[in-house]
Design a protein around this ligand. Structure first.
Ligand SMILES: *Cc1c(COP(=O)(O)O)cnc(C)c1O
Length: 422
């Protein structure tokens, strides 16, 4: 049992944290069981078979594995249709295909959830830039800021939509790397109802990154027309080696497919190159793995709160994504936390993370990640910009027991470095 050495007091706090998390764990288990049976049912209903796990090359015409996966995925999201491809290079690429698939020059987009995720800002773009962004193509960007408590401003959204003639309303489910709360499905449902009430022809798109299988319903089940996300987060179950998905109303998925490859060709081409099996397995594992990541987040929230840190979300708070932020107050604590977490990774445990400059960031950034898939954030990882209040955003954990060890090592490292006294 003593493979890792923890301070005795820390062991005691760890036990306390687990009992504090008990109710949340039970809730997570309930959601996992529901989603796992939902996914299993979709596999059975679509008669997934050995032949679907095969491969195709070249144009990939008639790849039944790929085409059936699209339908299985659509069913899992409660959507009419989906495209799931290893050839989406990232979540940002997938969201970009969806945005460019649906929007046309002089269309207006209204973002309902404040400033979007960093990489998406560049996709919307800025007027006058000739970089191929949506702005460069004449798509107009508008945004409704969040209220001071970090929730959507329904009244302002209603007012803006009532006169704005918007082609698209855009919602980001996850908090991303901000301190606002993630959106619950109930909140997304309320937003969708508001949009359809005031402006029935506006297409509702949801950035579903980090949100898949966190609750029992997906945005496409509560009024969203189109959603997109990454396969190296929740929906790939830690098994998909790369890729993304788009799901929603058939008419919009088809528009996205035309943009994904070429107009008129769409989803008919695209060799699966042997990835079908991993994408099926990943989807099958996704509800369980998302549950493990959620438990890891809840455990970290409980433990760090016991140790006196401000955490968001708190143990009992309802979650709409797998991200946990912990405010560590000093750069020393933050660096020690990331180094400790890295030391508990199954891959690259011996690497010592250093804060460094990153393109697109004003402050230095430190990251802990020792993953089987490069950049995978369904695997235990933490990132943090070196600026007050020295918050770390952590997420993932393929299985709770090893990820819990990672969290304990992060805390032990703060103790060892003198940044935390217990
Ligand atoms: C991860 C993420 C994205 C896409 O990021 P990639 O790093 O390109 O996969 C977009 N939006 C949100 C909210 C995300 O969490």
């Amino acid at each position: 049992m003593n493979y890792f050495k923890f301070d005795e007091k820390l062991e005691k706090y760890s036990t306390e944290a687990e009992s504090k998390a008990k109710t949340s764990f039970e809730r997570i288990d309930g959601i996992t069981e529901y989603n796992q049976t939902k996914v299993l049912n979709c596999f059975i209903k679509n008669r997934v078979s050995e032949m679907h796990l095969g491969t195709s090359t070249g144009y990939g015409y008639g790849d039944v594995g790929r085409d059936t996966l699209d339908q299985v995925f659509a069913d899992c999201m409660g959507a009419e249709d989906a495209i799931v491809r290893h050839s989406f290079a990232s979540g940002t690429h997938t969201l970009t295909v969806a945005l460019f698939g649906i929007l046309r020059p002089s269309d207006k987009v209204l973002v309902l959830t404040g400033r979007p995720y960093d990489t998406i800002i560049g996709v919307f773009g800025f007027e006058g830039h000739t970089d191929g962004s949506l702005a460069d193509f004449g798509v107009e960007y508008h945004q409704v800021d969040l209220l001071p408590d970090g929730t959507p401003d329904i009244n302002a959204i209603r007012a803006e939509l009532s006169w704005g003639n918007y082609k698209m309303a855009y919602i980001q489910r996850s908090r991303g790397y901000s301190l606002r709360p993630s959106l619950t499905i109930d909140k997304i449902e309320e937003l969708c109802k508001t949009v359809k009430e005031v402006s029935p022809n506006t297409v509702i798109m949801v950035d579903n990154c980090y949100g898949e299988f966190v609750e029992t319903r997906e945005p496409t089940e509560v009024g969203a027309d189109i959603i997109a996300g990454s396969l190296i987060k929740n929906a790939g179950g830690g098994i998909a080696p790369t890729g993304g998905y788009i799901a929603g109303k058939r008419e919009y998925v088809e528009m996205c497919a035309g943009r994904m490859t070429a107009p008129g060709v769409g989803r008919e081409v695209g060799a699966s190159l042997g990835h079908n099996r991993e994408l099926y397995m990943g989807l099958f594992a996704a509800p369980h793995v998302t549950g493990e990541a959620l438990k890891t987040a809840v455990f970290a929230s409980a433990l760090l709160e016991i140790l006196g840190y401000k955490v968001s979300p708190t143990v009992e708070e309802k979650r709409g994504d797998i991200i946990q932020s912990v405010i560590l107050n000093t750069p020393e604590a933050l660096i020690a936390f990331c180094r400790g977490m890295q030391s508990g990774a199954p891959v690259d445990s011996f690497v010592r993370p250093e804060p460094s400059d990153m393109p697109g960031y004003d402050d230095q950034v430190i990251m802990a990640a020792g993953a089987f898939t490069l950049g995978s954030s369904i695997e235990l990882s933490a990132d943090a910009p070196l600026r007050a209040p020295y918050a770390a955003w952590m997420q993932g954990g393929l299985n709770f027991h090893s990820a819990k060890t990672g969290v304990l090592l992060a805390v032990q490292s703060m103790i060892n470095g003198g940044a935390l006294k217990i």
